[in-house]
Design a protein around this ligand. Sequence first.
Ligand SMILES: Cc1cc2nc3c(=O)[nH]c(=O)nc-3n(C[C@H](O)[C@H](O)[C@H](O)COP(=O)(O)OP(=O)(O)OC[C@H]3O[C@@H](n4cnc5c(N)ncnc54)[C@H](O)[C@@H]3O)c2cc1C
Length: 469
Amino acid sequence: MSSLASSGVVNGGISFWYADDGFPVVREPLVGDATADVVIVGGGFTGLWTAYYLKKAVPFLRITVLEQKFCGYGASGRNGGWLYNGIAGRDRYAKLHGHEAAVRLQKAMNDTVDEVVRVAAEEGIEAGVHKGGVLEVATTAAQLARLKAFHEHEAAYGEKDRELYGARETAERIRVAGAVGSSWTPHGARLHPVKLVKGLAAVVEALGVSIFESTPVTEIRPKHAVTPYGTVRAPYVLRCTEGFTAALKGQRRTWLPMNSSMIATEPLTDAQWESVGWAGREALGDMAHAYMYAQRTADGRIALGGRGVPYRFGSRTDNDGRTQDATVEALREILVRFFPSLAGVRIEHAWSGVLGVPRDWCATVTLDRSTGLGWAGGYVGSGVATTNLAARTLRDLVQLDSGQGQRTELTELPWVGHKVRKWEPEPLRWLGVQGMYATYRAADERERTGHGVQSSRLARFADRVAGRH
Ligand SMILES: Cc1cc2nc3c(=O)[nH]c(=O)nc-3n(C[C@H](O)[C@H](O)[C@H](O)COP(=O)(O)OP(=O)(O)OC[C@H]3O[C@@H](n4cnc5c(N)ncnc54)[C@H](O)[C@@H]3O)c2cc1C
């Protein structure tokens, strides 16, 4: 018996968020061929937000969502609940389209955080939202140097409201052992992802969108989404399958499915919270190369995540979130390194999910006007807010294409229509990703044990090889 099984950690079961909020009743599958104006493949945040905004804009549109399991089965029901303004690829978009275009993208992301909070409130979705911003801490000299550079860099994209803290000010917010500084942005909130995704699915359905669950799409072609139970024909077919994309015919090397893993503690006592601080309930992260992310949950736990086994050979995805014991232990070690007073706290749940990683690490949203095929994703680890911006953009692109709308600020953002080459075939893909994460871990270890302020050369090398910079 594994040490985990004996210690009573619930491993997998999709995520802690479902254990907390309950599984949904799964909707009926598709029965036979059908037609629609827009068919959306995938019932995560991207698909559901897209259905929401399209239906709000054009109430008579016939919109169908096809979901292989149930809405929120993927990353949208498993994430860390950081609703924040980060977007994968912004710096590359600055290089490709100029600084001003990337500033517009960043501004749109800042606004997106507020948009999600606004719609959740307006639609009566109780998603445990607390807008305490995001606090990123440094615990080594090299991390501090990176933090300061990061802080300046973000300010250059218009974040004038970002604040830089020294060790004492950081400790006043949260007592992370060995923290030497932190950077805080107000553009972030923590939330309960499953409450948001379940609430959104219910709202979308009530608006008149047809959602079919337990309905895997095996192939997408222009005007067709093919399933074992029938084909849905529509002028627009939007692929919103993120980390699962590789399983679709012809998409194996489009976005690499990368794992991220999380643990949730038992609820902490008042005395334990006293020792930790964290009254502002900021989304918490660090500046390690293999970084961590955490939130103080609405019911008083710590949910903490990081990279586990980053990638499975052949772009295979997960097994309902089951997580290797070594990964759970590594995350527990981070928790205890950050908060030594919590060494005895019980880990109640561990789970994993898949992210979509494009070859150049840039999120994209596209509608191919010649075929009516659209897609959005490649968010890497920043999709809770980005999916909402992608969805509003897909709405505008569909409206523009169908002659019902004009170009908008969103259709002109630099991530629209971005093209990226495919990943290498196996085994190069597997070797590359394993090597990159082994290098990040080695670099973090070197920075922790050494005293240099320079970011490890190893990590910079890994970034270059991975195509991240
Ligand atoms: C552990 C973890 C922690 C994360 N933490 C954060 C965070 O704190 N903040 C943040 O910003 N981002 C975070 N992310 C990323 C974020 O969750 C995702 O970017 C976001 O949820 C992506 O939403 P999506 O709808 O595009 O994809 P998904 O939520 O993965 O949805 C895709 C849906 O499509 C369905 N599907 C796939 N293939 C098919 C098919 N062939 N036919 C029919 N249906 C199909 C799937 O079942 C799934 O429901 C995290 C991700 C993980 C895994």
